[in-house]
Design a protein around this ligand. Sequence first.
Ligand SMILES: [Fe+2]
Length: 382
Amino acid sequence: MTAPTANWSYPTAVKFGPGRIRELADHCKAVGMKKPLLVTDKALAALPITAQALDILDAAGLGRAVFSEVDPNPNEMNMEAGLKVYRAGGHDGVVCFGGGSALDLGKMVALMVDQKVSVWELEDIGDWWTRANPATIAPIIAVPTTAGTGSEVGRAGVLTNSATHKKKIIFHPKLLPAVTICDPELTVGMPKFITAGTGMDALAHCLEAYSSPFYHPMSQGIALEGMRLVFENLPKVYANPTDLEARAHMMSAAAMGAVAFQKGLGAIHSLSHPVGAVYGTHHGTTNAVVMPMVLDFNRHAIDGRIEQAAAYLGIKGGFDGFRAQVMDLRSELSIPENLTAMGVEASRLDELTEMALEDPSCGGNPVEMTRDNTRALYQACM
Ligand SMILES: [Fe+2]
């Protein structure tokens, strides 16, 4: 089988398949952009795939403006710098091009072009999003170059507050990209540790959505099949980066994870966000590090459900078999064994615990997170 090609309209217009990046300018024009700003990160800005995307825009008369001052865990200063470039250039839309950081920061720029409220007032709490003026939000086209974040099909972005080091989820329905181009060829050149970390982020999204206690059978089904795609294809793309069919399946799994986590995330993300914010660690890799310990933490609440998943996935041994599969995948991908190996200091666990308890992902964890059990969970991850 070769890599699949398809057009989906769920949850937005998704143009899926190898080579679909060539349609970028057409989709920009279709949503009314005449002068888009392509937002990417520093590392990607220097790569041929970015030059190719800019060439495609340029050839269609849309210019080749790019903003790439985007840090790995982007903050409001990156956003302000992007807004400056956007306004000075008279742009009329954002092409978010890259991994989670670039996609999320691009979304923040589109959101904040002309708002009366600060970005922190649009955190994903209750109906805070209604504080934004929707009319001034710029159109967004998303082009993921990794397979993990799923931000390309999501209505939120993560922004780190540079003063408090806290990661905040900023939400608005209009942050759902108008068009998403999922071209697996763009993911072929990822460094190996990014392939591993982003792929494990997709698995974490599916696993946490699947485990969350809320009623959402649609997400439940999507999360389960997403896990299957990761278990089957992440080892393949890690071993053979040019396996385009497996790359395509990983790209699907990433989108599925983000669609599924409408049902909720959990302790993997609430533990990982503070570590990323304080130490600048890779988000997906950090998720992979804490995943087995979070499974143990939740075991009594999810035992039966994980057993069902294991049966579907063809994993023998129920919960224990599933956990063993996660451990095998981690070692196959050279994921660090614990948080200590990532540089996390025992002396900061109290502080990290407080931050984890404030993280909105806590709400979707199947076991209630308290100060004591969360501190103990961090300790187990060391
Ligand atoms: Fe994530």
